[in-house]
Design a protein around this ligand. Structure first.
Ligand code: TXA
Ligand code: MG
Length: 318
């Protein structure tokens, strides 16, 4: 059997039977790839150390890089972490949705040590995808789920992207179509008085400041506490050049706004559209096998900050 035939059998369109089967696979320690509103995740029961270890193995992920716990609701989160008033405020404003909160882990919360990589904090988020929420509800436990790509490579925004690299490791890839947001959740560390932005995302710093009335500080990148903030990440195999205004021979150009390319992140200059197309566009560009990938400038404001964060890491020396 060739690889592509095997992949298509693993990809299953989301429905009630697939939801039940996925929860069962997870309950028995299996890995399942799940849709979220941001990117597809590679999920395991967060309380099962062997299952979580299999995530690290499948992704070839460094063990010091902790995972996000995905919860059904705020009540499930409250059993895992200490939710202070600021965190509650953020939960009320943004959950379900692409905001991950890093909070002090509760003792004996049942989450296996590999998930936190030995930190005394735990990252929690309530995804907006209803299929995945139904699977968590059926399992009755939080799931640990990093993006379903090989460590350091481009994140997956469709089930087919997951199948390209991880079909040997998962029982099923639950297909709920392309993700709506396109880039990973915003991550903030929260205490009673302070919010620190660890990873920009579609919920912007401004939106968080508006919802809480607190200033958001950004993490000094020298002090890596979110290892996904490592310099080289989301990387295509082809060298990537940013802020390109002009096309060049034997290069694949990704345009934006008025700057045209072989493809465009958004011809109308819409940052939300650009975020949702970013990773699929990088994959398409990589497959073109040209000498370089050029990307037009993306305005560094609002959601553009998160897009540029991903692009800079994708372009960083490996
Ligand atoms: O949108 C998302 O967040 C996706 C979907 C699948 O939910 N997940 C995702 O997971 O992006 P991952 O593993 O690719 O990125 C999680 C990031 C990593 O950079 C990790 O270092 C950081 O979260 N992280 C996890 N736990 C942490 C903690 N306790 N303190 C600081 N950073 C943490
Ligand atoms: Mg990732």
């Amino acid at each position: 059997m060739n690889e592509s035939v095997q992949s298509t059998e693993i990809v299953q369109e989301a429905n009630a039977a697939v939801i039940m089967a996925s929860a069962d696979h997870l309950a028995y320690g299996g890995l399942v790839a799940l849709p979220t509103e941001t990117v597809y995740g590679l999920a395991a029961d967060a309380t099962n150390g062997t299952a979580v270890a299999a995530i690290f193995e499948a992704k070839n992920r460094p063990h010091f890089n902790p995972l996000i716990c995905h919860v059904y609701d705020g009540e499930m989160a409250a059993k895992l972490v200490n939710i202070n008033a600021v965190a509650q405020n953020l939960i009320d404003a943004f959950w379900p949705g692409p905001l991950t909160l890093v909070l002090p882990a509760l003792a004996d919360n049942g989450i296996c040590d590999l998930v936190t990589a030995g930190l005394d904090t735990l990252a929690v988020r309530m995804p907006a995808n209803e299929v995945t929420r139904a699977i968590i509800e059926k399992l009755g436990k939080p799931i640990a789920a990093p993006s379903a790509n090989l460590s350091g490579k481009i994140s997956p925004t469709t089930a087919a992207h997951v199948a390209e690299s991880l079909s040997d490791f998962v029982k099923v890839i639950v297909d709920d179509g392309p993700t709506s947001e396109g880039i990973e959740s915003t991550i903030v560390a929260v205490n009673e008085t302070k919010i620190t932005l660890l990873r920009p995302g579609t919920i912007t710093q401004d939106a968080i400041e508006e919802a809480t009335g607190l200033l958001v500080t950004t993490q000094n990148s020298a002090e890596i506490i979110a290892p996904g903030m490592m310099q080289s990440h989301y990387a295509p195999d082809t060298p990537l050049i940013l802020n390109a205004e002009l096309r060049e021979n034997s290069c694949f150009m990704i345009g934006f706004g008025a700057i045209d390319g072989d493809i465009s992140l958004s011809q109308s200059g819409d940052l939300k559209e650009a975020a949702s197309k970013l990773f699929a566009s990088l994959r398409q560009a990589d497959k073109a096998n040209m000498s370089k990938i050029l990307v037009a400038p993306i305005p560094h404001e609002g959601l553009g900050i998160a897009i540029n964060d991903r692009l800079e890491r994708a372009a960083a020396p490996k």
